[in-house]
Design a binder for this molecule. Structure first.
Ligand SMILES: Nc1ncnc2c1ncn2[C@@H]1O[C@H](COP(=O)(O)OP(=O)(O)OP(=O)(O)O)[C@@H](O)[C@H]1O
Ligand SMILES: [Mg+2]
Length: 309
């Protein structure tokens, strides 16, 4: 559905996309994740041919993208990161305007606009102008404007920023429904848990490059941390950290007050080894929890940066 091959995009000295490659298959939700400024929006804008690039190739639906390829553009939607709604138009009119760029038949358009209003749960607000909407409702309107024409391929650039948990769940459920109808969705977000639950595959970007891609499981296998154990121990011993680090499979230990976060490179008897160690020192633990490596661990290990929710 999308094939982006070694695309380079420069802004003078700055390389915003550095031989960036990206693929999306029909019917999948693919997450594009990376820290601020890594090039996510630039990549989307190149795919949409809103931005010219220096070298590389991009094909969508098997055709090369260029600004005047309207048959391809009609099948694509964009929910942009920056709100793109008209102050003077009410909710209905805003959605109708964007839908009208693709659909001229009035009866069909009315149905699509109604479906979009329902999709974002804004029936009560249909006559409101944007000034009267909260920040989260404006974002919901922005989403409705981008997807009202029901494109086969939808780009959503940070659609849930500043949206409350309830609205976010509503939106995420809607996205799952779109997928169920065979739509393909490219999704950028800083909410890693959201990406983990929603996306079939992810591409992790850093400094304009695709540094890793795959399912969460495939990404987990690309890093050394496989299990993270947090343990609370009260002790006067000053070298407890290095003793924990000496446990089988342990790769690193970080201390937070009386709690220690231990990263293990394999999921293999780590908890029981830890308990044996604590008992052998005649200590007690106040809490103990274990987690498989999450997207934030993957992120931290691959980029050296935290990508916080
Ligand atoms: N029009 C422009 N002129 C010059 N530099 C730009 C322009 N647009 C983006 N950049 C730079 O290109 C890089 C990539 O920006 P981009 O907006 O694609 O990042 P992003 O991953 O979408 O970030 P965010 O998470 O903050 O949305 C950044 O260093 C940014 O400063
Ligand atoms: Mg961006």
């Amino acid at each position: 559905m999308i094939m982006m091959d070694k695309v380079v995009k420069r802004y003078n000295e700055l390389i915003a996309l550095d031989h960036f490659s990206f693929e999306a298959a029909e019917g999948e939700i693919i997450g594009l994740l990376g820290p601020n400024g890594c090039g996510k929006t630039t990549a989307i804008n190149c795919m949409l041919s809103l931005l010219a690039f220096d070298s590389g190739d991009i094909e969508i639906f098997g055709e090369k993208v260029h600004p005047n390829n309207n048959s391809v553009k009609r099948r694509i939607g964009l929910v942009p990161q920056e709100l793109s709604i008209f102050d003077k138009l009410n909710v209905y009119e805003n959605i109708d305007f964007y839908c009208g760029l693709y659909v001229s038949d009035k009866t069909k358009r009315r149905r699509l606009v109604e479906e979009a209003i329902e999709f974002v749960g804004m029936d009560r607000y249909r006559k409101f102008i944007p000034k009267k909407l909260s920040g989260g409702l404006k974002r919901r309107l922005n989403i409705a404007c981008g997807m009202a024409h029901q494109p086969d391929l939808l780009f959503m650039d940070e659609p849930t920023v500043a949206v409350d948990a309830q609205s976010r769940n509503f939106i995420l459920e809607g996205i799952r429904q779109m997928k169920a109808r065979g739509k393909t969705i490219v999704y950028t977000t800083h909410y890693l848990e959201e990406a983990e639950n929603l996306c079939d595959r992810m591409v992790i970007m850093d400094a304009g490059r695709n540094i890793a891609h795959g399912t969460v499981e495939q990404l987990q296998n690309q890093i050394s941390t496989q299990e993270r154990v947090e343990v609370g121990v009260i002790t006067d011993e000053s070298d407890i950290e290095s003793q924990l680090e000496a446990l089988p499979n342990a790769v690193s230990v970080n201390r937070k007050n009386d709690n220690y976060m231990i990263h293990f490179e394999k999921q293999e008897n780590n908890i029981s080894n830890l308990i044996k160690f604590i008992e052998s020192k005649d200590l007690t633990y106040t809490e103990l929890s274990s987690e498989k490596a999450t997207l934030s661990d993957i992120f931290l290990e691959l980029t050296g940066k935290e990508l916080r929710d």
